[in-house]
Write a protein of this length. Structure first.
Ligand code: ZN
Length: 436
């Protein structure tokens, strides 16, 4: 007997991967069979990822863009399962006792208005504004309307951090967390938390689609993922974009009135964003093992038991710095993390649980993580890996707690360049606006 829940919900399957019985059963449950490719302007496109199929040879045509999800040949057929699903009625939906600030409440009103009008909406909120809390009432409304919600981020860490938070506030609703690194097999849930990549597997599946960190890698500039977002929302649905540093294309759509926007300049605790202290290094960061100027700073932090994050542009620089730190300060407890680190989530948790005093990281932790009472230090802030957006996000890791709103941020560099200038100028501008 097939477990229908592992299929339903606007999910796309290649019929070659399904047994004859399964196909029939899923068709009876409202699924439809469609060709795997379609023609437009004399070009051939893949129905799953909407990218063009570039022929390798005359007879061998398959989609290379979404091959990671299983091969789709030009002659294949896809089965798209029904997204008409009845979810169980719950006694109550949102269980949250927190309070929204006046500014957040205004954002919520605008968001609910957009929901009513089925209008795509952008929330441009400074880091630490509490945008996650602002989507709770929207999700509640959608649930009350018996609808399905997906919350997606390009970054898996963001999804993983979001999952327990939502489980807590929507305790009776089914919530699933799906991403490439998880062992959990897809199954139908009323709320789905997933990486944006997962959306490639869906067509017209979600009534409310929330995209967090819309400007971040790998979503930024990735045509396939952007198309996946549009394709996976229902025709009658809406998309909500969340960002502290929205991309130009979205702001352009706001300007053309294709989407509406809410701007939040203020953090939830009403204190300004910490403004980075810019510090010039005359020699590189590893000069004499660790640059003497840096050493003074680090020694002070260690002595005062102050917790800190150190951001590096590249993994090798971080690794050699970590070695020097060990030599210089054998008593300092720290972890280092990067995108290549399989233990990343555990290590981040160790830092969060205060089991170590410091965390060394690349831009992988520039967003989506919240720690309290920390100093944030960027080394080689003038490196090309640190864009303006990146620097703003990193600075946004500081001062997130009500009781530690003035955590310091330091940018160390050898050349004060354009991105450092732009990042500092934007943070200061946002603070000015918040005062108005
Ligand atoms: Zn494809």
């Amino acid at each position: 007997m097939i477990k229908i829940n592992e299929y339903l919900g606007g999910r796309i399957f290649n019929t070659v991967d399904l047994a004859y019985d399964e196909i029939n059963y899923l068709k009876n449950c409202g699924g439809k069979i469609v060709p795997a490719t379609f023609k437009k302007d004399n070009k051939l496109f893949c129905r799953r990822c909407l990218m063009e199929l570039k022929p390798l040879t005359k007879n061998l045509k398959y989609c290379r863009s979404c091959i990671n999800l299983g091969k789709i040949q030009a002659s294949d057929q896809l089965l798209i399962t029904s997204s008409d699903v009845l979810y169980p009625i719950q006694q109550s939906y949102l269980s949250w006792s927190g309070e929204l600030t006046v500014i957040q409440q205004k954002g919520v009103r605008e968001l609910l208005m957009a929901f009513k009008k089925k209008q795509d909406h952008l929330i441009w909120a400074v880091t630490g504004a509490g945008k996650t809390e602002m989507i709770f009432p929207l999700i509640e409304q959608a649930l009350l309307n018996k609808q399905r919600i997906a919350i997606c981020s390009p970054r898996v860490d963001v999804c993983i951090e979001l999952f327990p938070r939502l489980q807590k506030v929507f305790p009776t609703t089914t919530i699933g967390l799906f991403h490439g690194k998880s062992d959990e097999k897809y199954h139908l849930t009323q709320i789905m938390i997933a990486t944006v990549h997962q959306l490639i597997r869906f067509e017209e599946a979600f009534d409310v689609l929330i995209i967090d960190e819309v400007d971040s890698y790998p979503l930024a500039g990735n045509q396939m993922l952007h198309q996946a977002i549009k394709k996976s929302r229902k025709k009658s649905g809406m998309i909500v974009y969340l960002s502290a540093t929205p991309p130009k294309e979205l702001l352009f759509k706001v300007k053309k009135q294709q989407i509406t926007m809410t701007k939040l300049y203020q953090r939830f605790h009403r204190h300004p964003l910490p403004e980075p202290q810019c510090r010039l290094l005359l020699k590189e960061i590893n000069f004499l093992g660790v640059n003497p100027r840096l050493r003074i700073h680090l020694r002070k932090l260690i002595k005062n038991h102050q917790r800190f994050m150190l951001f590096f542009p590249q993994i090798p620089i971080m690794k050699s710095f970590a070695q020097e730190l060990k030599n210089l300060y054998p008593k300092l407890t720290f972890v280092d993390v990067s995108s290549k680190d399989k233990e990343r989530l555990t290590k981040v948790q160790q830092f969060r649980d205060k089991k170590v005093q410091a965390i060394l990281t690349t831009t992988i932790l520039e967003r989506g993580v919240t720690f309290k009472k920390i100093s944030v230090i960027v080394l080689d802030a003038d490196a090309k890996e640190f864009s303006k957006t990146s620097l703003i996000q990193i600075a946004g890791r500081a001062g997130r707690g009500k009781d530690s709103y003035d955590d310091p941020v330091y940018f160390y560099y050898r050349y004060y360049n354009r991105q450092i200038h732009l990042a500092c100028a934007e943070i200061s501008y946002l603070n000015q606006q918040a005062k108005k």
